[in-house]
Design a binder for this molecule. Structure first.
Ligand code: C2E
Ligand code: MG
Ligand code: MG
Ligand code: MG
Length: 281
């Protein structure tokens, strides 16, 4: 059958293992050429303050323009880049490109924060912090305007070292977020030890709003717990006004999702932002 790799399908239609391995090999080769061929681009999704419905910042999401392969999503190719080590040059490109593209907006609006996802190998790179601080200084951006998102899986690989590295970044003023919270295996007690400013609630919790009372109870408790631990919560994947109303009612401070805006190219994000400001005046 067809072995097209669609944006939202992470399985292969062929059951033949040989074909599957060939596909991975092919994908990896294509991935290695993609940087030189300038096939990567960055999308940005606004992060919204729920009390004012104003933008608090944006999350940068990597895209690969490769129609022959069905434009694979980052969930499909980041793991391959991670395995092969390509993640280092690719991740550095993302950081530099995102800071360049958002530079003007961030300088105009110093309260805005640019969030960037880090995969495990990027996070464990001991030079990361110093490199980032240099880049920020060159661009005259505040460390507080940069937010690094790591998953609990990353931190759990080596919790003690993770806490040390996170503390170093935090002391330098860089903001930190625990991504996909609630999808892994870490205990709630562990959250208390992690020096992160924010917790991002995975979108499967948000999907349960209006559908599943237990999910609603969990969200309500997590928002309160995070607040008590001095952390902000970002609810991911808000798609309906009902979900928004629920999150506002329980005092969740921040959210992102298709209801507000889809991930979009940097130029579109700037227009979106200007448009939102205009309507506020
Ligand atoms: P994530 O960091 O949890 O990002 C949120 C994902 O949810 C994004 O998927 C985003 O497009 C999607 N999303 C946002 N709002 C909604 C919504 O309302 N409904 C639904 N159904 N989805 C929504 P995306 O862009 O495919 O990224 C997937 C994952 O890939 C990210 O999850 C992140 O872990 C990783 N990733 C993306 N860009 C990068 C990158 O530059 N570096 C690294 N290391 N990982 C990245
Ligand atoms: Mg993220
Ligand atoms: Mg997430
Ligand atoms: Mg995710």
């Amino acid at each position: 059958g067809s072995r097209r790799i669609g944006r939202n399908t992470c399985h292969f239609y062929s059951t033949d293992l040989q074909a599957l391995l060939l596909e991975r090999h092919h994908l990896r080769n294509q991935l290695h050429q993609a940087m030189d061929r300038r096939e990567f681009w960055l999308a940005y999704q606004p992060i919204i303050q729920l009390n004012s419905l104003q933008a608090a910042g944006m999350e940068c999401l990597l895209r690969w323009r490769k129609p022959q392969l069905g434009n694979p999503g980052p969930d499909q190719f980041i793991p391959l880049a991670e395995e092969s080590g390509l993640i280092h040059p690719l991740g550095n490109w993302v950081l530099q490109q995102a800071m360049d593209e958002m530079h003007e907006l961030l300088q105009q609006q110093t309260g805005l924060r640019l969030a960037i996802n880090l995969s495990p190998r990027q996070f464990w790179d001991q030079q990361l912090g110093n490199r980032l601080l240099q880049q920020l200084e060159t661009l005259q951006l505040l460390p507080t305007q940069l937010e690094l998102e790591i998953t609990e899986g990353t931190a759990l690989q080596d919790p003690d070292t993770a806490i040390r590295l996170l503390n170093e970044l935090k002391r330098a003023g860089i903001s930190l977020a625990m991504d996909d919270f609630g999808t892994g295996y870490s205990s709630l007690a562990y959250l208390q030890d992690l020096p992160v400013n924010r917790v991002k609630l995975d979108r499967h919790f948000v999907q349960g709003i209006g559908q599943d009372q237990r999910q609603e109870l969990i969200i309500t408790s997590l928002v309160r717990l995070a607040k008590d631990l001095g952390k902000e919560v970002v609810a991911e994947g808000v798609e309906t006004d009902e979900q928004l109303a629920f999150l506002q009612a329980i005092g969740c401070p921040l959210a992102q999702g298709y209801f507000f805006a889809r991930p979009m190219p940097g130029t579109a994000l700037q227009e979106w932002y200007q448009d939102k400001n205009k309507r506020r005046d």
